[in-house]
Design a protein around this ligand. Structure first.
Ligand SMILES: [Zn+2]
Length: 275
């Protein structure tokens, strides 16, 4: 609080800055610094800050301890001010907001903001409640605004996660070039990413799945059978459904148990002919 209050001290000049171009801004700020000191008295500061949405925001007196230990009097946005809100608005708690007093006015309330998603071009709402979460719980920068709808944001996040998994799998294979498990993991990462985004080298996935099988002759049989699973998934993505059945059948013949295998088994069974 003290930190941000300190920034508020230059208010009377600072607020004019918002409408000025940058070079001018720096010039003015320099000027304000030059004549600060005892000359700038709190009585000279505005007692209200007029705002088109929040009305006349009271500027309350504050004292701020300077780095050199001296105390400066100033004014800051009244944290207890409660302007009348439009219907559907959510009250903001300005004590929880982190914002630059030179550039921004605290958010005394939030209202729904209609937006259009840059990804799917569908309209969506940046809701008042969500804004409160962004700016008060997550402490997002005051200029942050979502450009994607919730569905596209979620998709983007998981695309990113799959991308990270792919690089991790590649690293793992580099570190353990003879490990069947590392080959299976890379095949899986490529297939998963491809299933979601339609991108990725399926030929590489096929190659590593087959290599896993060659390598796993002396290893655990679980990896051997899983390599069939990922090869099948690859062939399915390549549209070679004639090959898919046989490969899934070989996977299902394999040993193993556990939750992971159970999920894969369900998916593999969906491909097999009924009956
Ligand atoms: Zn979208």
């Amino acid at each position: 609080m003290r930190n941000s209050a300190r920034r508020g001290l230059d208010d009377p000049v600072a607020h004019q800055h918002r409408t000025q171009s940058k070079p001018r801004r720096q010039q003015r700020r320099g000027a304000a610094r030059a004549d600060k000191g005892p000359k700038v008295l709190s009585s000279e500061r505005p007692v209200v800050f007029p705002h088109p949405t929040f009305g006349e925001i009271p500027m309350v007196p504050i004292s701020v301890v300077q780095p050199d230990g001296s105390v400066r009097e100033g004014r800051d946005f009244d944290p207890d001010y409660q302007p009348i809100m439009p219907t559907g608005a959510v009250r903001g708690d300005i004590r929880r907001q982190e914002f630059c007093r030179m550039c921004h006015v605290p958010r005394y309330f939030y209202v729904d903001i209609p937006r259009r998603c840059v990804e799917c071009r569908e309209p969506f709402v940046f809701s008042a409640k969500e804004q409160k979460h962004w700016f008060e719980a997550l402490k997002f920068h005051f200029d942050s605004i979502p450009i994607r709808c919730v569905a596209c944001r979620r998709k983007k996040r998981s695309d990113k996660a799959l991308g990270l998994e792919l690089s991790a799998a590649k690293r793992r294979l580099r570190d353990a070039p003879e490990s069947p498990a590392a080959h299976v993991a890379l095949a899986e990462a490529i297939v998963r990413l491809h299933q979601r985004s339609g991108q990725g080298k399926l030929a590489e996935a096929l190659a590593v799945a087959r290599k896993a099988r060659r390598l796993s002759k002396d290893h655990a049989a679980g990896e051997l059978s899983e390599s069939y699973y990922w090869e099948a998934a690859c062939q399915a993505l390549l549209g070679k459904s004639a090959l898919v059945h046989g490969l899934y059948a070989r996977f299902l013949d394999g040993p193993g148990g556990g939750k992971r295998r159970a999920t894969l088994v369900r998916e593999a069974k969906a491909w097999l002919p009924l009956g």
